[in-house]
Design a protein around this ligand. Structure first.
Ligand code: BV8
Length: 231
């Protein structure tokens, strides 16, 4: 079997069967709040308590969520060492890690917080609020979720682009293709000659760019695909 360089992009759909709301499903996260109010620097500046509560609720929800067969299958693929697998996720949950994968969180992580004054980052599983103080610079009210909001630069873009330029296969799992720059990765991979596969429950905004699309739930389709790619 020839080793392939594989880049896998995941979105909220891979965590849906773990009971974590996606963003655009009815009753999804955004529908309880306007994006501008909870996922922008302006929203945080205007009402930090609301934004802290929005992320505290999602952090707490992680305690009762568990990886599903899709997360487990990607960890099996990555740890098989049969191929060179780079997983970049838009998700801020820790389900890939708990399944045993190494992933790059391009939009930050629920279990990480940072200081807006000195950029210090640390892990936090507990609620944070406006009284929190930065352990490094001791500034008060500068502690924020370590999340990439709209208008902020996603983490590690150079690393991601380097991987997309070198990969043989780009796989997108559980994302609506609505948010950039992640939504543009398929076109970048194609431009560099990679084959492209989409695994998603519904058509996405980028489906037309993929060589192959498989419609259905990640919990079933991803293990099937991993079995194929490992056989
Ligand atoms: C930036 C963290 C620049 C927050 C998130 C006009 C054109 C192009 C771009 C823009 C534009 N106007 C503004 C922009 C830029 C903007 C953007 O793209 N806006 C969109 C709305 C048009 N992007 C940004 O601002 C980005 N930054 O551009 O910076 C810059 C340049 C220089 C210097 C500084 C800055 C930053 C965007 C990051 C925002 N943060 N997340 C949080 O989590 O709270 S975005 C958030 O939504 C996610 O992280 C994800 O990226 C995005 C989309 O969510 P999905 O994961 O796709 O989930 P969704 O619910 O949408 O879809 C789920 C899918 O799963 C569905 O398709 C469904 O069918 C499927 N599914 C469901 N169940 C299953 C399933 N599939 C399989 N199995 C199942 N069981």
């Amino acid at each position: 079997m020839i080793e392939q360089k594989i880049v896998i992009l995941t979105g909220a759909g891979i965590s849906a069967e773990s009971g974590i709301d996606t963003f655009r499903a009815s009753g999804g996260l955004w529908e309880n709040h306007r994006i501008e109010d909870v996922a922008t620097p302006q929203g945080f500046a205007a009402n930090p308590a609301l934004v802290h509560e929005f992320y505290n609720a999602r952090r707490r929800a992680l305690e009762t969520a568990a990886p599903n067969p899709a997360h487990d299958a990607l960890a099996r693929l990555q740890n098989s060492a049969a191929h060179d697998v780079f997983i970049v996720t838009q998700n801020v949950d820790d389900l890939h890690e708990r399944a045993g994968s190494t992933v790059h969180h391009m939009h930050g992580e629920l279990l990480s917080v940072k200081c807006a004054a000195c950029d210090w980052q640390w892990e936090s599983r507990s609620d944070i609020d406006i009284t929190a103080r930065c352990p490094a610079c001791q500034t008060r009210a500068s502690v924020r979720p370590d999340i990439v909001w709209f208008g902020e630069m996603p983490y590690g873009m150079e690393k991601i682009e380097g991987r997309l330029a070198a990969c043989d296969l780009f796989v997108s799992i559980g994302t609506s293709g609505a948010v950039y720059p992640a939504a543009g990765f398929v076109q970048m991979a194609k431009a560099f000659g990679a084959r492209t596969l989409e695994i998603n429950l519904d058509p996405s905004e980028g489906s037309a760019f993929f060589d192959e699309t498989r419609r259905g739930k990640a919990g079933r389709l991803v293990p099937d695909w991993v079995d194929e790619i490992l056989s």
